[in-house]
Design a protein around this ligand. Sequence first.
Ligand SMILES: Nc1ncnc2c1ncn2[C@@H]1O[C@H](COP(=O)(O)OP(=O)(O)OP(=O)(O)O)[C@@H](O)[C@H]1O
Ligand SMILES: [Mg+2]
Length: 244
Amino acid sequence: MPVLEVKNLSVRYGAVEALRNLSLQVAEGEAITLIGPNGAGKSSTLKGIVGLERSSGKVSYQGLTLPKRNPETLAAKGLVLVPEKRELFASMEVEDNLMLGAFTRFQRREPGLRDDLERVYTLFPRLQERRKQLAGTMSGGEQQMLAIGRALMAKPKLLLLDEPSLGLAPLIVKEIFRILGQLKRQGVTLLVVEQNARIALKLADRGYVLEAGELVMEGRGEDLLHDPKVIESYLGIRAREETL
Ligand SMILES: Nc1ncnc2c1ncn2[C@@H]1O[C@H](COP(=O)(O)OP(=O)(O)OP(=O)(O)O)[C@@H](O)[C@H]1O
Ligand SMILES: [Mg+2]
C-alpha cells in the first residue's frame, strides 16, 4: 500500500490550468522527486496535495482517501509540507519556531518533544548554536535548515519539500541533501520538488518530470539521471561528463 497516492490531480487558477491529471504514488520509505522547469506546476502539485490550493482528483494517505484537506490536520497525521517560501515566524527565536512545529503534539501532551528537539539540533548543529537568534535574521541556508527542522518536530512520516535548494550556495545545497539522505535512512518518506534535477535525482529512488502542468516522464532516479532527454533538458553538458 502506498503512503501517498495521487490520482488525476488538477489545479487551476482561473484560466490557467497549472496541473492536469497528475497521478503518482509514494511507497513507504521511498524518496521521490518531482522535477521540471519554472511554472511546470510543481508547487501547485504540493499545494493541491495538502489543500493549500483547490484541486480536483483524488488524494489518499496511508490508505485513506482525503476529500477535504488542510496542512494543519495533515501535519497532525504525519504528512508535513516544507513550503517554497519557508514561512518561518521571522520575529521569533529559532527554538520557538522549532517548538511551534510540534504544536499539535504539545496540545495532545505527547511526550518526548525535548528529545526530538535535541535530535533536530544533532542534525543541524547550526540551529543549536543560533537557538536564541530571531529566525528572520538567519541566512537563507540556515532558514531552510530551520524550516526542515520545524517540519521534523511534527514527527513526519511523509515529508513534502518544495525546492529545498532554492537560493542556496552549492555547498549548502549539498549539506541539505546530505541531511535529506540521512532522514530517508531513518525511515522518513520523502517527496521532494526540485529544479536542481541532478542532486534531486541522486537522492531519489524514483522521479517524475513535469512540463507545463503535465507528467512527461517517470522512472527510477538512476535511470532518469542517465536519460538523454533529461540530460539535455535538465542536467546540461556538464552533467553529461559527470554522469556518463
Ligand atoms: N495563485 C496563482 N494564481 C494564478 N496563477 C498561478 C498561481 N500560482 C501559480 N500560478 C501559475 O501556475 C503555473 C504553475 O505554477 P507553480 O508555482 O506550480 O510552478 P512551479 O513548477 O512550482 O515553478 P517554479 O519552479 O518557478 O517554482 C504557473 O504558470 C504560475 O504562474
Ligand atoms: Mg515552485
